[in-house]
Design a protein around this ligand. Structure first.
Ligand code: SF4
Ligand code: SF4
Length: 542
């Protein structure tokens, strides 16, 4: 459970069972690769692919460029293509040309048409999930370009638009299984196979390389796109400079690095002055759908480079340019949207209500009313939490005993690993003492506002070497205060955005909170007061 970076695994003590909460999960596969007892498994697509292959319509397969790192036990890629044909796939494509096209789009967006807005690359579906679910305010910074796998599907469906085909993707990426479901339409795959699944199929059908002849890909072969499985391969494919002096992009990969990088992009973008090229694994060479030998990232990368060198030795550049030209008008636009992440309590309540519904139980007795009211109070708190997590700045709300009521992700990331570790156990650091995570000098400002019922405006503070402005404001006199940490370079805090979001939350919750007031009395209506006070204070602060 600790391995999950977003606390998406629930443990049911009663039946000793782990459950993944899909709405919270970002499909990184860390639990799958780290779980010593293989208690976690993924949805197998083997039966589905077998069904597709038994149908009359032709089934095509697209191979992720990472096959060069994975299938080194097969002596020649053309044998591998043949083995796939022996399974029944009518055509076998590479995804490398799609990578080249995507890379060219990135070059255009990040360099040639750069107008001061910095982007996060959107090629890794886990990074996209992370932003949509946990940094919804950064969704507009995801590069609006289709990932290579989705673009490859679109290209093939366009090329064979008059034929009813089924399309399968072969990948090292667990998240692709979920990504292709959400991106239907012309980018749709009918099934996604991970590398171990195709190996099982080869074994089951007794297909070995000595039985087959060479066969080349049926198309979409690329150039430097072959380097894609290595973290910064896509930048090399697009000739995008990572020069520290002249470039405007940085690459990082691996769970911890990506989490930190997005946190910095969120909190210190004015200092970073950089786009980020992010892959959640240590490059796709180490994707969760590869053979589980995690000691050999460098060997796997070397295999990718060797393969690319061999393939590019007699490369026909003219043909490649003509291929690129053929696709120049294809729409490569992608869109993303913020997602709401439910809490465990939220989900438990939904389950309770579902069960009550199924049993046709009407919640009229007093215990049910209290449960309902408690849940609604809880929901109101959740709304507040959702709002503060949409703000591009660190926010913490504390009570009169300096206990944290709620802190947003941005603040947790700025404070560092210790806070992140605590928040894994206590989401939003709720209940933790402010003193355990911040310096005394900072705490004094909160203490001052609590005692004197007075605001603190734009004080210079330092968290983990990051200079920030801190404003502390009252929410409930002598009972509840909030602090906002902002970048020193930010000209003006965009309170409009926050005020609007909170206003929406209030509108949404007003009826609910009034009902709570009716059921539980004064204490529950404080939530509404809190929200209103927060708006008032921020308006003053502007
Ligand atoms: S796949 Fe990743 S996000 Fe989902 S439960 Fe496993 S570790 Fe957590
Ligand atoms: S790094 Fe590659 S394999 Fe890993 S999650 Fe991202 S796209 Fe998938």
């Amino acid at each position: 459970m600790r391995v999950c970076p977003v606390n998406a695994i629930d443990y049911d003590k009663k039946i000793d069972e782990l459950n993944i909460i899909n709405e919270r999960c970002i499909a990184c596969g860390a639990c799958l690769t780290e779980c010593p007892e293989t208690a976690i498994s993924y949805q197998d697509s083997i039966e589905k692919v077998k069904r597709l292959l038994s149908e009359e319509r032709p089934v095509f397969i697209v191979c992720d460029t990472d096959i060069s790192a994975e299938f080194t036990d097969i002596s020649d890629y053309r044998k591998f293509v043949s083995m796939l044909k022996a399974l029944g796939f009518k055509k076998v494509f590479s995804s490398a040309l799609a990578v080249d096209l995507v890379a060219a789009q990135y070059k255009k967006l990040l360099n040639e048409e750069f107008k001061g807005k910095y982007y996060l690359s959107a090629n890794c579906p886990v990074v996209v999930n992370l932003v949509e679910k946990y940094y919804p305010h950064l969704v507009g910074n995801l590069a609006p370009i289709l990932s290579p796998d989705l673009l490859a599907a679109k290209m093939i469906r366009e090329q064979f638009k008059k034929v009813d085909i089924a399309l399968v993707y072969l990948t090292p990426c667990l998240a692709h299984k979920q990504e292709v479901v959400r991106d239907a339409g012309r980018s749709k795959y009918d099934a996604v196979l991970l590398f171990p699944e195709i190996r099982k199929l080869f074994t089951e059908k007794h297909i070995q390389e000595r039985q087959v002849e060479f066969f080349d890909f049926d198309g979409l072969e690329g150039q430097k796109g072959l380097l894609y499985p290595i973290g910064n391969g896509i930048l090399q494919a697009g000739d995008i400079s990572e020069s520290l002096l002249d470039g405007n992009i940085r690459s990082t990969n691996g769970m911890q690095n990506v989490m930190k990088a997005i946190g910095s992009f969120d909190m210190q973008n004015e200092i970073l002055h950089s786009h980020l090229n992010l892959f959640f694994c240590e490059g796709c060479v180490m994707g969760p759908g590869t053979m589980r030998d995690y000691s050999n990232k460098f060997v796997r990368s070397a295999n990718v480079v060797d393969y690319a060198k061999k393939r590019l030795a007699n490369f026909d550049e003219e043909e490649w340019l003509a291929n690129l030209d053929e696709w120049k008008d294809l729409d490569t636009q992608a869109s993303f949207s913020p997602k709401t992440v439910p809490t465990f309590d939220d989900l438990k309540y939904q389950l309770l209500m579902k069960k009550a519904d199924q049993k046709n139980i009407v919640l009229t007795d007093s215990q049910s009313q209290i449960d309902e009211a408690n849940y609604r109070v809880f929901q109101a708190k959740q709304s507040l939490s959702a709002v503060i997590n949409q703000v591009s700045g660190g926010i913490v709300i504390v009570d009169s005993e300096m206990k944290i009521v709620e802190a947003n992700n941005s603040l947790i990331v700025t404070i560092g690993e210790e806070a992140a570790a605590v928040s894994e156990v206590i989401p939003g650091l709720a209940g933790a003492s402010l003193e355990t995570i911040l310096d005394k000098t900072i705490i004094n400002f909160f203490d001052y506002t609590l005692r004197h019922n007075d605001h603190v405006d734009r004080k210079e503070v330092n968290i983990n070497g990051t200079p920030l402005f801190l404003s502390v404001f009252n929410i409930q006199e002598h009972k509840l205060v909030g602090g906002i940490f902002r970048q020193m370079r930010s000209q003006k805090f965009d309170t409009d955005e926050l005020v609007l979001a909170i206003q929406k939350t209030i509108d949404k919750n007003l009826t609910m909170v009034q009902e709570i007031g009716f059921i539980l009395g004064e204490s529950a209506t404080n939530t509404e007061k809190d929200l209103n006070q927060l708006i008032k204070t921020l308006k003053q602060d502007e």
